[in-house]
Design a protein around this ligand. Structure first.
Ligand code: PMP
Length: 397
């Protein structure tokens, strides 16, 4: 490919990702991130040297592992500007949102305000919990229309639940404004931070939200671990969800009493090594700096958008300042065919509805292809994507 301008993507981190070999261009980090060696090492060490249960053991190693587990909680809370006792470990964002949907109550309010671009994880849990949904439309360039949200928000809404960054369009929410709207309506604001936590500096105090949900595996950490952050008073008002060990104060057959948050919401043996791995991932990300990561990914996404825009017959979705995510279609070619041909060219993109079927309906397409950039991305990834798309066009000419 002939690049239009040199791509100013400053980081050179690929060597830290052992699963990314030469000639393979991993552009599916929005689905799940590849792991840097530092995270793999932390997981291996936790199993090979340090492993024991947490919170219950009286022996030294268990006490040490408990220390590591709680240090991971503190680091995860700090990472998003929260306090450790406000940070509930979950399996991921999906479980975090389900927890809020099933246990948070806002008086008798039975409606939730979501947007047209939400991931199914921020739609279905509310439906399952019996809420009716109102849907905030999008602006022409694919942002959540907060003017419309302001008009729509009412005293019927228990929660306003919005993606901080869209997993399809990459659009970034003006979260403080969403918080003002929620506050005025007396609704709680839940932010789905799945795509934002790996890409943007996040400070829940500045965002002024009530709940923040995200997954470790998109943040260079292991699968099966994620977090729900909630304001202390919100969590204190929520009844236990799942019952079992580790969340109780005293159990009798007649009556059981429960621990306070966060333990109250963490029944059973937790994902101990998941938490340790997430801690390592957070240290790794902070060692690089989220501002730098964001700038790097945004530069690659901008270069990809520019190159794709210069190709005829390619439709781009989402705003130009998308956070590392570029969704597109090649006119007349199904996104799955685009994905398969790109795979032959060593370029891994996601093709499908991206768990956002209502957004696909809004865009009037069954699917899109999506290239998402991460810390290990480089100009060669953009070039390989463009070369692969030229191949698609040759095949379908
Ligand atoms: N929300 C968004 C915006 C996402 O991108 C994803 C993952 N694709 C989720 C929620 C669900 O995350 P998980 O499957 O890790 O629970």
């Amino acid at each position: 490919m002939t690049a239009h301008a040199p791509i100013a993507a400053p980081l050179d981190l690929r060597g830290q990702f052992p699963a990314i070999g030469p000639g393979w261009h991993y552009l599916d980090s929005a689905a799940t991130a590849q792991k840097p060696q530092a995270v793999i090492d932390a997981i291996t060490t936790a199993y090979a040297r340090d492993y024991a249960t947490v919170h219950r053991g009286v022996y030294q190693r268990s006490a040490e592992m408990t220390g590591r587990f709680e240090a991971a909680r503190a680091a995860t809370a700090r990472f998003i500007g929260g306090q450790p006792d406000e940070l509930v470990f979950t399996r991921g964002a999906t479980e975090a949102i389900n927890l809020v949907a099933q246990r948070f109550q806002n008086g008798t309010r039975k409606r939730v305000l979501v947007s047209q671009l939400e991931h199914h994880s921020n739609i279905v849990p509310w439906q399952l919990a019996g809420y009716a949904l109102d849907v905030v439309p999008l602006s022409a360039d694919g942002r959540i229309d907060l003017d419309a949200a302001e008009r729509m928000a009412s005293e019927d809404h228990a929660v306003i639940a919005l993606a901080h960054v869209s997993n399809v369009l990459g659009s970034v929410l003006d979260a403080p404004r969403a918080a003002q709207i929620a506050r005025k309506a007396g609704a709680a604001l839940l932010l789905d931070g799945c795509q934002a936590a790996p890409r943007l500096p996040v400070d829940v105090a500045a965002l002024d939200c009530d709940f923040y949900a995200f997954s470790g595996h998109k943040l260079y950490g292991p699968t099966g671990i994620g977090a729900l952050w909630g304001k202390a008073d919100r969590l204190a008002d929520m009844a236990p969800w799942q019952g079992g060990g580790a969340m109780i104060d005293r159990v009798t057959f007649a009556e059981t009493t429960y621990l306070d948050a966060p333990a109250r919401f963490e029944a059973g043996t937790p994902h101990i090594v998941g938490a340790v791995g997430l801690h390592a991932a957070i240290d790794w990300v902070e060692g690089i700096g989220r501002d730098r990561l964001h700038a790097h990914e945004a530069a690659l996404a901008a270069a990809a958008r520019e190159a794709l825009r210069a190709m005829n017959d390619v439709t781009l979705y989402g705003p130009d300042d998308s956070a590392g995510i570029v969704s597109f279609n090649v006119d007349g070619v199904h996104a799955h065919d685009v994905g398969t041909i790109l795979d032959d060219a060593g370029v891994a993109v996601r093709a499908g509805h991206h768990c956002a079927q209502p957004l696909m309906d809004h865009l009037g397409v069954a699917a899109t292809a999506r290239a998402s950039f991460a810390a290990h991305g480089g100009p060669d990834d953009v070039e390989a994507l463009v070369d692969g798309l030229k191949r698609v066009k040759r095949i379908f000419r």
